[in-house]
Design a protein around this ligand. Sequence first.
Ligand code: ZN
Length: 292
Amino acid sequence: MNYGAVEAGGTKFVVAVGNEKGEILARETFPTVQPAETIAKIFTFFDRYPVRAIGIASFGPVELDPASPNYGKITTTPKPGWSDCALLTPVRERYQIPVGFDTDVNGAALGELRFGAAQGLSSCLYLTVGTGIGGGMVIDGTPVHGMLHPEMGHIKVRRHSQDVFPGCCPFHKDCLEGLACGSAMEKRWGRNGADIPADSIAWEIEAFYLAQAIVNYILILSPEKIILGGGVMKQRQLFPKIRQMVMHELNGYLHKPQLLSLIDSYIVPPALRDNAGICGAVALAMDEEKKY
Ligand code: ZN
């Protein structure tokens, strides 16, 4: 029997069946509406495709502490109707099988480690740059949780000298997300990133912020691979700019080939493309089953 996967996003849900190689055998996508209706659609899918375990990779913030009464809930999202919403419990109660639960970005990091760009390594970092910015980290094959879970999108970065945009994070204004997420680009430049020419200074400024964040992640977490996904990173001209700025910022301090001659294969797009999250949810299901 195969594994079930749920990628719970703020705008859409993906449900899928995958095997132990991370191959997706069946999938369905539906818009995120109110919780009851959305969860009912998850049930409809898995009633049709019985699985041995399910992994849920969810937008957040979420509660990941199994000892907490709120374990498996989305906690404080601004998304109407979804605050304090339980995702894990209804699925576990209905199917009585192991159900793994983690953040969407930890899921994507785990997916890339198990089946994608970081295969064979023990650690990797996955950063998504889309409507918001979030990062997941896997160390020794296990997603990092700690007190809550990392919130890598909300770190402080130094401002670009030519950037006067005040920032759009509702909590911190000009944190990384406030300056560099897709919505920040749109508000700063008055149009969607996809409509900004590849040679515009917009991409220099974007790479400047992302490179600073990545340098901080490298210095603090020492990941063996950095994977950059999300809608904004579909602008491939960002990759060479980011790599060059990361090297410039580190200024030869760390003597590792990954940060010098091999940087093109150190900071990379997701090998699983848009499947990183859903494949990660398959990996979460497999790992949860091993606990039983
Ligand atoms: Zn913020």
